[in-house]
Design a protein around this ligand. Structure first.
Ligand SMILES: [Fe+2]
Ligand SMILES: [Fe+2]
Length: 260
């Protein structure tokens, strides 16, 4: 089973690049299943129902979200009904949507779990307790398990990686939009990367126009941050896994999109 996980898709440049190139990427890398983080698609924050459908049509199988989950309220009915989009599992229990799902890859079932970190982020329930509970719920239902840990601090991410080592196929980080150089198989066999990076414009500050973020920072000016346009790249990781669930390999994925 070959899984491609794509990090936070940012704005129109990221969305269009995924829609235009994913079929070819799937084919070229012999990918069986694609999971992508979609919390930043709609102008940098949130996801609309049309964008949800566009990403599934382009070849994404499961979408994860993050701290920008509620920026576009129109997505709520989709979160309620679809098994192909999940929200962080450690939100309050009444939050709309599911914290984990399974997807039939053809070769077996992949479970996907979304969790939020708590360091330098808004308060949420304990991700460690949440994932323990979910692994109990998943039981024998999945052949592979992917955890998207949407968190700020690398130490927080390393800790959940070690907590889940040997218990899940992969723990891959999102949210910081910058890929980390720590792609590895942990000692007990789980694939890990603190952050897989974003799918969006890299000539930017985390996907936003540099001058606007600078102006706001230097002058405390009330500036709106627009999504940047240049040097669009798709960043993620490719996991190759057999049976049982631990992976054979993990490699960083990065594709630069020629915008000329
Ligand atoms: Fe985020
Ligand atoms: Fe993000």
């Amino acid at each position: 089973m070959r899984l491609l996980f794509l990090g936070d898709i940012v704005g129109k440049p990221g969305y269009q690049a995924v829609c235009s190139h994913l079929a070819e990427i799937r084919d070229h890398n012999q990918i069986d299943v694609v999971v992508a983080n979609a919390e930043n698609v709609d102008n940098g924050s949130g996801l609309t129902p049309d964008q949800y459908r566009g990403l599934l049509d382009s070849g994404v199988d499961v979408l994860t979200m993050g701290d920008h989950l509620t920026r576009c309220s129109a997505i709520s009915p989709v979160l309620k009904e679809s098994r192909q989009i999940i929200r962080p599992a450690n939100l309050p229990t009444k939050a709309v949507g599911m914290g984990w799902t399974t997807f039939d890859t053809g070769a077996g079932k992949l479970a996907v779990i979304s969790l939020l970190g708590r360091v330098y982020m808004r308060p949420v329930d304990c991700p460690f307790h949440a994932v323990d509970r979910i692994l109990g719920e998943i039981g024998e239902q999945a052949d592979w398990i992917l955890v998207d840990f949407h968190a700020e601090a690398t130490g927080d991410k390393q800790l959940i990686g070690r907590f889940l080592d040997g218990r899940v196929t992969a723990v891959l980080g999102t949210h910081t939009h910058v890929p980390t150089a720590d792609t590895c198989i942990l000692p007990k066999g789980t694939a890990f990367q603190c952050d897989v990076g974003m799918c969006g414009p890299h000539e930017s500050i985390l996907g936003r126009k540099i001058e606007q973020v600078l102006k706001h920072t230097l002058h405390a000016a009330p500036v709106r941050f627009h999504v940047a346009n240049d040097d669009v790249r798709l960043c993620g990781a490719i996991i190759d896994a057999g049976s049982p669930m631990l992976p054979r390999t993990i490699e960083r994925f990065e594709k630069r999109i020629d915008q000329r």
